[in-house]
Design a protein around this ligand. Structure first.
Ligand code: KE4
Length: 427
């Protein structure tokens, strides 16, 4: 038996599914997950010492590559000063100033420890600010696992959601309306029916949790216009896209000004930092300033903030995002060329340092397109690449990520491995 399998068997004795987050269990691709014990630059090494080129990048945070020397030095210096105080620190002011400088729509920001906390808090704040209960989200988008967001579309069109997880009472999800992504008309209809009862619309402007799916400009503009008209708040979830698709995130590419933004992943550089922020008048409703309660023992943890701050400073270097986008585009074009040469139906897309690969004739425009992808073929591709030392996300419903440590030689090695894999699965 191999070491990863032995570790997986042992892990399942004391950890549900052997993992601390479901996607890591390789359930949708099959086989034993790789137990990683170190990483550097674009590489991971598993428990057997096998090296992989990493396109998960911890699901987005590792935009500088693993264990960037300057980031590690900042973390080590913070550790020397203390692991956690549960008190205010100057570093929290510094990272708040960086965030509000980089993302102009964020006038004030509150740090939390996960994207889930950011989403849960942003929705509570929107409900508190507007005095309304109803929330609109979109099928295929994920904003963390807080109860009111674990919801699937209602049985009929424009009917309120049903729980998508056990343990979530229907009374919680009955305020959440799940609409079709990239369907402006449905938004018009929903606001026509419930406009003045809607607290917020929450959206991934570039969706990354049904693989990468681009929101259309019309879709985003429609929700901004309708929220403004009806006094609802627009929450753009930039946990994945923030500082990743562009320095200023998806909102900078769409030219949209959210009322609230969620941040995570890159903001912590791999350590537990996330945030929500936006209009000052809205943020002033958060405790201790206002009546909307929100708190966290490790919010703004000094070691995690040091990691995030060092990351945010380094990605602001001139040309960083242009170069990251160039490398990511080189990857997806190389993969598409390799698939075409092998005669495998495949497409790919990228926005900044985020990409999608699809066993579909063209990039999906919404959830129903994504569901038509050839999942068995993806699974064969996944394992063919894993065997050749390339680690993609173990699910066809996940986006991929490139770091600035993925240089052309690493990208070209990936494409060479893909050429062999596509030839292998073409039959
Ligand atoms: P966390 O609570 O996992 O820090 O963030 C939740 C979240 C919120 N919003 C968006 C757009 C997200 O992508 C996420 C988390 N993303 C997943 C990857 N699809 C994290 C990986 C996992 O669940 O293990």
């Amino acid at each position: 038996m191999d070491i990863n399998q032995a570790l997986f068997d042992r892990a399942q004795k004391t950890i549900p599914g052997g993992v601390n987050s479901p996607v890591r269990a390789f359930r949708s691709v099959g086989g034993a997950p790789r137990f990683i014990n170190r990483a550097k630059g674009p590489y991971l090494w598993d428990a057997e010492g096998k090296r992989f080129i990493d396109y998960v990048c911890s699901w987005g945070p590792m935009i500088l590559g693993h264990n960037d020397d300057e980031v590690v030095a900042a973390v080590e210096a913070a550790v020397e000063r203390g692991l956690s105080f549960g008190a205010a620190t100057e570093a929290e002011i510094e990272i708040a100033e960086e965030i509000t400088k980089i993302v102009p729509s964020i006038e004030q920001v509150r740090l939390v420890s996960s994207g889930t906390e950011a989403g849960m808090s942003a929705i509570r704040l929107a409900r508190g600010f507007t005095g309304r209960s109803k929330v609109i989200k979109f099928e295929g988008c994920y904003h963390g696992h807080s109860d009111s967001l674990l919801v699937k579309a209602g049985s009929g069109l424009l009917t309120f959601g049903n729980p998508s997880s056990a343990g979530v009472p229907a009374s919680i999800t009955e305020h959440t309306l799940v609409l079709e992504y990239n369907n402006p008309q449905q938004l018009e209809d929903a606001f026509a029916k419930w406009g003045d009862d809607i607290a917020c619309v929450i959206v991934e402007a570039f969706a990354g949790n049904m693989n990468l799916v681009r929101g259309t400009q019309e879709f985003i503009d429609t929700m901004r216009r309708l929220c403004t008209k009806h006094g609802a708040l627009l929450i753009v979830d930039e946990v994945m896209t923030g500082f990743r698709v562009a320095l200023g995130g998806a909102q900078s590419l769409f030219g949209v000004t959210p009322d609230l933004t969620m941040l995570g992943k890159v903001i912590g550089g791999g350590m537990p930092v996330a945030a929500f922020g936006g209009r000052r008048d809205v943020m002033q409703q958060i405790a201790p300033c206002g009546p909307v309660y929100q708190a966290g023992t490790l919010s703004g943890n000094p070691v995690a903030v040091a990691c995030g701050l060092a990351t945010l400073k380094k990605i602001q270097r001139p040309g960083f995002h242009e170069e990251l986008a160039r490398r990511t585009s080189r990857l997806v074009h190389g993969l598409a060329d390799a698939a075409r040469e092998a005669g495998v139906e495949f497409s790919a897309d990228s926005v900044g340092g985020m990409f999608g690969i699809y066993f579909l004739p063209q990039a999906p425009r919404g959830f129903s397109d994504v569901m038509k992808a050839n999942q068995p073929l993806f699974n064969r591709f996944f394992h063919g690449m894993l065997k050749r030392g390339v680690y993609f996300a173990p699910s066809t419903f996940e986006a991929g990520f490139v770091s600035i440590a993925h240089d052309d030689a690493v990208i070209d090695a990936t494409i060479a491995a893909a050429r062999e894999t596509f030839a292998e699965i073409a039959g």
